[in-house]
Design a protein around this ligand. Structure first.
Ligand SMILES: NC(=O)c1ccc[n+]([C@@H]2O[C@H](COP(=O)([O-])OP(=O)(O)OC[C@H]3O[C@@H](n4cnc5c(N)ncnc54)[C@H](OP(=O)(O)O)[C@@H]3O)[C@@H](O)[C@H]2O)c1
Length: 330
């Protein structure tokens, strides 16, 4: 049986105005798949890269990588979900901006009853990202309580979760953000220090804060504008985790820059490598749910948009006017 649902589609890369609400036909889940009816969908910066063409994508494309809702049908071989389960995910392929979808079950997990659909949709992609960054993307010897880490865009969706989770781990997170108000939000969320990087040379301030030594790891999702400053903020043998490009892609660079600053390490990680197996996805989600249910990490759902108003949601995110997470209500 096929049914008609609503989805946000693009036919080519470009601006927010290209996103259209269309009817789509939905079928039954195949082996390893589920059909989920969304209650809310997450808004993420990756949606902007995929819409604009920073990440080239096959067309036509339904955007969106994160959602929460109720399982409506389960395909062959799916043992961890049942019809009627509350569920949430961050997952490839894109396709979350819709009322319901058929998708791989691998990264879909049961959502604890205490967590609302709205919070679920706001926390999976961003929270699982913080999980793999702070728990799995570590400098040589790991991180210990009291260590300094640098985290850019710390008042954003990923950033506010990182401030709280770092504090819970006993880390001294040095936040950067684009306004004094955003810096205050990062401090309120648990950052030990905050730097307005539109006004100040953040690498120089990091040296001051760390007594000249630098940080063990810099988590950099801003990309082009902060890459060099992030390298300049690291202690010898430090790690730069370059995990996003909100200001543009990092241009090709001379690996000698790593040697000159003291045998640095560089990685360009993506959440989806970590979510490649069902076991890993569940383990990461369990850890995320635990810190949320314990109240150590609160999810800041700051903006809600109807599905049909997704263009405004993208404009707001690109204009750097948002803090915390935003969701699309279905
Ligand atoms: N690799 C991965 O696995 C992975 C997974 C999830 C997210 N990410 C990355 O993590 C970052 C945060 O994602 P998010 O969804 O939570 O978004 P977000 O942080 O809520 O929004 C992006 C923020 O980036 C900052 N920014 C700096 N320069 C910018 C520019 N030129 N244009 C626009 N924004 C700029 C802005 O904060 P300020 O005003 O404070 O500078 C803006 O609010 C994104 O870069 C995303 O791609 C990567």
């Amino acid at each position: 049986m096929s049914r008609v649902e609503k989805a946000i589609r693009i036919d080519q890369h470009g601006g927010p105005e290209l996103m259209r609400l269309v009817d789509v036909e939905l079928g039954e889940p195949g082996p390893g798949e589920v059909r989920i009816r969304h209650m809310a969908c997450g808004l993420n910066y990756i949606d902007i890269y995929q819409r604009s063409g920073v990440y080239p994508m096959p067309m036509p494309l339904t955007l969106g990588m994160e959602g929460a809702g109720v399982i409506e049908a389960v395909g062959e071989g799916v043992g961890h979900l049942a019809v009627g389960d509350r569920a949430a995910y961050a997952s490839q392929p894109p396709g979350a901006y819709c009322t319901a979808r058929v998708m791989p079950a691998r990264a879909v997990v049961r959502l604890p009853d205490e967590i609302t659909f709205e919070t679920g949709a706001a926390m999976m992609l961003k929270g699982l990202t913080v999980q793999y960054l702070l728990r799995r993307t570590l400098p040589q010897g790991g991180l210990n309580a009291g260590d300094f880490v640098l985290f850019h865009a710390a008042a954003g969706g990923v950033g506010l979760i990182a401030c709280q989770w770092a504090k819970a781990l006993g880390l001294q997170l040095i936040a950067t953000a684009g306004s004094d108000e955003k810096c205050q939000l990062a401090l309120d969320a648990g950052a030990a220090h905050a730097i307005n990087y539109r006004r100040e040379d953040f690498a120089a301030r990091v040296r001051e804060i760390t007594g000249g030594r630098g940080v063990k790891v810099a988590y950099d999702s801003v990309g082009k504008d902060t890459f060099e400053g992030s390298l300049n903020s690291l202690a010898p043998f430090g790690l730069l985790a370059s995990f996003g490009n909100a200001s543009g892609k990092v241009p090709p660079f001379d690996t000698g820059a790593l040697a000159a600053r003291g045998s640095l390490y560089l990685t360009r990680p993506t959440l989806f490598t970590h979510l490649a197996t069902r076991e890993s996805a569940q383990e990461m989600a369990d850890e995320l749910f635990a810190v949320v249910l314990a109240g150590q990490v609160k999810i800041h759902v700051e903006r809600r948009y109807p599905l049909a108003e997704v263009a405004q949601a993208h404009r707001d995110l690109e204009a750097r006017t948002t803090v915390g997470s935003g969701v699309l209500l279905v």
